[in-house]
Each structure stands twice: as C-alpha cells, then as structure tokens.
Design a protein around this ligand. Sequence first.
Ligand code: SF4
Length: 659
Amino acid sequence: SLFFPRYHPDGTLREIVPLRDGYEKVIRRYVRDINSVPYPTRPIVPFMRVVHDRLSVEIARGCGWGCRFCQVGFIYRPLRERGGKEILEIVREALGSTGYDEVSLLALSAGDHRCLFPLVRHLMEELEEERIALSLPSLRVGTFPEGLLEEIKRVRKTGFTLAPEAATERLQRVINKVIPRDELLEAASRLYRAGWRVMKLYFMIGLPTEREEDIREIARLAREVRARGGQVNVSVSTFVPKSHTPFQWEKMLSLEEIEEKQSLLKGVLRGRGIRLKWHDPKMSFLEGVFARGDRRLGRVLLEAHRRGCRFDGWSEHLKWDSWQEAFDRAGVDPSFYISRERSLEEVLPWAHLDPGVKVEYLREERERAYRGLPTPPCREGCERCGMCGERGGLVLADPSDIPPPARRVGVREVVLRKPWVRKIRSRFLKLGEARLLGHLEMIDVFLRAARRASIPMRFSEGFHPLPRITFSNPLPVGVESLAEFVDLELRRYIKASEFVERMNRELPDGLRILSSAEMAFKGRALPNLFTADLFLISFEHLSSPPPLEEVRGALKDFSRRDRFPVKVEKKKGIREVDLVPFVEGLRALPLEEFEPPVPLPAGVPSPSDILETEWVVELKLKKAAGVKPQRFISALLGLSSDEERLLRVLKVESLPPPL
Ligand code: SF4
C-alpha cells in the first residue's frame, strides 16, 4: 500500500499517512475532451440475451447539475459533451459492426446534451427504415424538447423514466434537484398523449432532512401522474450517502427505519395503474456500509466470501445471515459506517483521493442543503468547485454540427407495394459450439448477422416491429445439425446467391448458410413442412461407451414392444410419452455405411467428417414426438443423466427436405 491509516480509540481515522515521498494524494486523471480519444465501436456482442442488450453510446461524461446525493455527478466533473457529428459516426460504425436493433444514448443527464434533438431527429431518419429503436436513459424533467417523443416513437416507444428523486419542493431544494410539479405533470401528459402507456418514476427515501410528509407526497404525486392517463411504475430506493458528495458526512437510515418508511409508502401508494417497486432494505444496508467503508471491511469481505457469499447484488443470492456472521467474526460493527453522522472535521477514509472538487465546496453545498438553497448548474467561466480552470473546463457540443437529415419521402410505402418482394428460404448448419445456442439466442445471432450484412429485411407493423423471419422447429440445445431452415422476408430484392455470401461473411463459427432459394409468399409456413427428423447419435464422448452388440440388442428389444413410455421434463412438470408411434426408423450401423435418404446438398460436410466414431445409431423421429433424441436413447440404454448429456447428436436431415 502507498498509505497507512492510523485510528483513534473510538475507531475513527486519525490520519492517513503517505508511505512514499511525493505521493501524498491520489489525483484523478481524466480526459479533458472525450472527442479526442477513440470510442470502442466493435464491442463484444454476447450470444446470450443479457441486460442492456443494445448498443450504448456515451454522448456526454459528467453532469452540470450538482445534485447533492449523486457521486458520479461530482467525481466525473466537469461536463464534457461529445460532438454531434462524432456521435453520428460512432452510432453508424458500431451498428454496422454489431447488428444491434436498439441504440441507447447514454449520459448522466442525456436530455441536457446541446445536440440532443437534432441528433435524435437525424438518427431516426437513418434508423427508421431498419427499425432500429432509440432509447434514452432517465431524463430530467424539463430537458426534453417538444418533438423528441414523436421522433423516438417512429420505431418503438422505448421505456421512459423520469427521476424526481424527491416529491416535495422543500426536499428537492435540499438535494438540489428541483423539478417543478407542473412540469412533471405536463411531461406525463405529453408522454401519454404521444402513446406511451407506462411512465417510470424514481424516488429515494431517507434523504437528509426527510419528513413523513415527503414520503406521503410520493404517493400523491404518483396518483396525479396516473390521473394523466397511463400507468405509473414507481421505483423507490434508499438513499445511500456516498463519498465525495456534499452528503458524505450524513447518517444513513438503519435497517428498521428503512423498513418502517417502506411500509408507510406501501400503505399509501396503492391503486389501479400504480406499481411500486422498492429496493431490498438489507441490500441497501450493505451498500451503505461499503459505500463509505475503509480497509477494515476487507476482513468482512473475506469472511463473507468464506461463508459462500457470491452475487449478493441479486436479491435471491443475498445471504444475510452469512453477512452478519462475517461482521461478527471480523469484529466490525456495521452501524459504525451507517448510523453515524460524521463531524465535518473527521478524517474520512477517502481523504487522500482527490477527484478534483474541493472539500470546502462540498461543505458549502452541505450547508446550502440544510438551508434549502439550490445551487445553479455549471456554466462557462465558473470556477466555484475547483474543477474548472487550469485542470480543464466544460466542453459543450455545437448543435449546428449536425447536418439536417435528408428525408426519404415515402420510400417505405413504395417498396412495400413492389411485386418482386420475396422471401428467401435457406438451409443452414449448426455445428460445434453453436450447438449450445438456444433457439431464441440463435434467432438473435441470425438477425444481428442479417443486419450487419445489410440484408433488406421486412418488418412486422405495430407497437414493436420485428423482422419477419421463420425458423424450422427449435433444435434442442446441444444437438448439431446439417439441416436447419429459415425463411426471411425481404422488402427489397436481393439475389439468393448474394444473400448466402453476405450472411456467411457475418455469421459466427458453427453457423453457415448452405443454400438459399428465392420464394414467393405462397405455401405453408416452414415449421409445418416437416414430418420427421433424421438423427445420428454417437457415443464418442462417453468414457465407457456401450458395446455395439449391446446397443443392437436394445434396439431389437424396442422393435418388439407395443409401448415404450419415456419420462420427459416439460414446462408444466414431468410427462410420460409413449415413443413407439413416433419412432419411424432405428438401427445401429457403421458410420461409413450411412446413406442419407436424399443426397446432401453441395457444400454440406459428410457426417463422417464431423463425428469421430466408427458406428452410430440412426434414428428417424416424427416431429410430433416432442422428445429429444438423446432422452430416447438414454431411456433405451439405461444411461445415467451425465451420460445422456454426453451423447453427441447430429441431425442430418429434416424430412421431407424443402430445398
Ligand atoms: S467549476 Fe463550476 S462549471 Fe466547473 S464543474 Fe465546478 S461548478 Fe461546474
């Protein structure tokens, strides 16, 4: 360590002693102009569905409002906006490399960005045709201009959140976030009039100087918003005082106080169309301890980890008893960190960390909070908090930077009426690690590849436009296939051969289009075309595979049976299925003797190139069986569930083959 803490007998810090000359403080380094550093436009795109499954582009860093509870608002000062032209370029490039269907413009207060409206208008003009939606994080009331909602909803009404944090003007002045009530209600009216059905409101309980009426007012305000026409989702979290803010000296609510205030709120915030969500008090308590902790908490962390605490941020994983044991074992009283107002002279554990804002300024702001005095936002030429001046200053974007959008009048309508609109039917393979993609994940992977490949997909109409795409029946996870099919409707003609080439450039390893054909809209939906699947099952991954003769014996035994009930796990529980009527063919044979029922199309690898085994079980299973092939084989041979998982299954053909 570069520092050593000395404590008073009462546990408070006496001093933080630097251990090396010239290293008295840790001074924050920061980028003065975020336009001057490259922005990552090729982020990792997970195959699985994740939270925030969209392209996020940071349009500004820092915030100029100075809300007194907000740590990032102080430690990311000064406000630095990204230029409008730069944002446009980043969005274009990153969408091209990721294939996302939603872009989120991120900032601590996105509504303040000088270019927001022209930027959104320009982006929507570009994104509408591809049905790429735009979303904004929670906005400050009064910062979103007229017309913004109309632009955003051109594709999809993405979630809309306003964060007043406190419901009474008195408390809003304390926290320096004054949101006039009539402006909030007007914003709600505009939102509902524009067609949004739900509005989210964020509040905090436990803010300094809070009174009972402040909590009751949350309910009253929510009801007034509700009266403007739509549903209101109210999220209430507990105020956690943070370092480097004017409230860093405050006492936090105890666990009992949090529960008491939450139950008051639950009692008064009721009614149709109003939903209340609150933060788990125990989680807030732990956050409160660690938010202003010191190195003595390291022992608590270690003890908690030893007791199996992992992922405690997910309430279902929070092991509260283990945390309490950990505090006891480490000899640390958590209330020391939570329920104690610090004196303004106390040496705080982060005193040697200097993000740039002067401590005197934080003290002044605290003083103003208690006097209910708001502080005006950042402005050019200001040097009051110590952040601007020699160390840098505000960087504000220029709205005239953004060229007016070139309108494509009526393009969409004309294209939809053209007679050549077709769909493309493709056969593709799914091999290797791609077998682990679930059906929904595979759809996402496929659609993102199609967007990256600039395939002119056709979209459904309505509230949430989606590409018109149909896959053959879902393949069980873990099964590889040489015969998957997909229909993709087009809004503009593209040659099938070009489709194959472009898609294969973008699909990840293990997914490859084998052939495509242009199709008319006529005909049955893809999933209804097939009656059966042909699988090859290999035992190559089992540590002791069953001998061929034993397998043949089991298959022979099956052929003599009238019934073969297999237990299958379904969403609604375990179900028993008799498989005899569904098995159309079953035999064990040397792999080299396997002949596909119809010749495999050109470019399809032979099963003997994929499977590393000498013999396989060939299974022709009717579609309607609804049973995984490995489940059937496992039941037939009496394999354990581990062995069942290790069976290698390759679907060779969907019957009858449509291409
Ligand atoms: S010096 Fe003034 S403008 Fe700069 S960050 Fe501080 S308050 Fe804002």
